[in-house]
Design a protein around this ligand. Structure first.
Ligand code: SF4
Length: 390
């Protein structure tokens, strides 16, 4: 039963969500540690398994789906028939709200006119496109499958089919000057994309990028550069009328990601596919991150899942962590109602020194991060974390 802590942000967006992981990519980006395979041989068998998992877990969502999100990997590698097969299974076994947000992550090199036409004819109504950069040197360093020309062309084309488009951009790359980062933002703004997700390049363990840096082939990532790029990002986006509604996310009014907002505000979601995570308000679970083992388990009617039950303290810490990254901050009333008076008093007490340093502020019952504190929001959140409160 879903009984988790919930919070509706002022805009009223968000609700029960379905996430479907498509674990295939054409090639491995140097910085990526997501789960995917570059062999597409088992794609249709895996789609069959996804549909089988949907059926096995149909009772885990107790209401109508507000959002459906195809993530990966590279969901734009799906063919029309595969996407139709998944939607048919969803319709047969889940209740879907009248106007759901249906997002599909896509890579620029897949977005031909024919593919966009197919996606627009499916029920997809939002594209999240992995542009990452409009510059050839950045795309080469990242080993992206697309080039700078395709990055622009796909957006011009996508706008003919979709109104609700988001792009990902990465900053803080070795050798990325402030000027080049600004030009990246200028290009995105000139193309009038209504939503941008922007992340600092992080060096994940066991990625090609980490090995190149260790060998001295690529310069290390510099935190000071990432902070400068973040400040440029905030300034440019605010000037252009975007709301920085979550640390890494910027949307024009009406274009916030409903799927991600639901996640940040503690709503329940069901994750289908290898490596997908789920949350039901009490437990967090995750599927095995191995395609053959996933397929084998599902074919024999088993769910290849591990679960952990979240303690009250875990839930409080997650609320603080995700909440402080958003424009909704954390609500002291909610903390008291959901976790108890001791938690509220602890949060306020821990926040005091940061309030005095103008990194946090209190507005009505909410603690929020100031403009000055934004880049430090993860560290500020961890200062409000509890190890254990008895
Ligand atoms: S396309 Fe996305 S999921 Fe695939 S390797 Fe690149 S960053 Fe990772």
């Amino acid at each position: 039963m879903f009984s988790g802590f919930e919070e509706t942000p002022p805009s009223g967006v968000g609700g029960l969500g379905l996430y479907i992981h498509i674990p295939f990519c054409k090639q491995a980006c140097h910085y990526c540690d997501f789960h995917f395979s570059t062999s597409l041989k088992k794609k249709s068998t895996l789609v069959d398994a996804l549909c089988q998992e949907l059926i096995l877990r149909k009772d885990e969502i107790p209401g109508s789906l507000q959002t459906i999100y195809f993530g990966g990997g590279t969901p734009s590698l799906l063919e029309a028939e595969e996407l139709a097969q998944i939607f048919k299974t969803i319709d047969a076994h889940f209740e879907v709200s009248a106007n759901p947000e249906i997002t599909l992550e896509a890579n620029p090199d897949d977005l031909t006119g024919a593919k966009l036409k197919m996606l627009a004819a499916s029920r997809t109504n939002r594209l999240s496109i992995g542009v990452q950069s409009f510059f050839e040197e950045d795309l080469k360093l990242m080993n992206r499958a697309h080039n700078a020309t395709e990055a622009v062309q796909c957006l011009e084309l996508a706008k003919q089919y979709f109104d609700n488009i988001s792009i990902d951009l990465i900053y803080g790359m070795p050798d990325m000057s402030d000027a080049r980062w600004q030009k990246n933002l200028d290009k995105a703004l000139a193309l009038e994309i209504p939503h941008i997700s922007s992340y600092a390049l992080t060096v994940e363990p066991n990625t090609a990028l980490q090995k190149f840096i260790e060998k001295g082939v690529v310069k290390p990532v510099d935190d000071a550069v990432a902070q400068r790029h973040f400040e440029i990002l905030i300034e440019r986006m605010q000037k252009a009328g975007f709301e920085n509604y979550e640390f890494s996310n910027f949307g024009k009014p009406g274009y916030y990601s409903q799927n991600n907002t639901a996640y940040w505000t503690g709503k329940s979601y069901l994750g289908i596919g290898p490596s997908a995570h789920s949350y039901d308000g009490a437990t967090r679970s995750w599927n095995i991150n191995n395609n053959p083992k996933y397929i084998k388990a599902i074919q024999s009617g088993e769910l290849p899942i591990e679960r952990e039950t979240l303690s009250m303290t875990d839930k409080y810490n997650e609320y603080v962590m995700t909440g402080l990254r958003t424009i909704w901050g954390i609500s002291l009333i909610k903390i008291e109602e959901s976790f108890g008076l001791k938690y509220k008093e602890y949060a306020l007490q821990q926040a005091q020194k940061h309030i005095q340093a103008h990194l946090l502020f209190v507005d009505q019952d909410r603690i929020l991060v100031t403009q000055k504190g934004k880049f430090l929001s993860d560290g500020l959140a961890s200062d409000l974390f509890l190890i254990n409160l008895s």
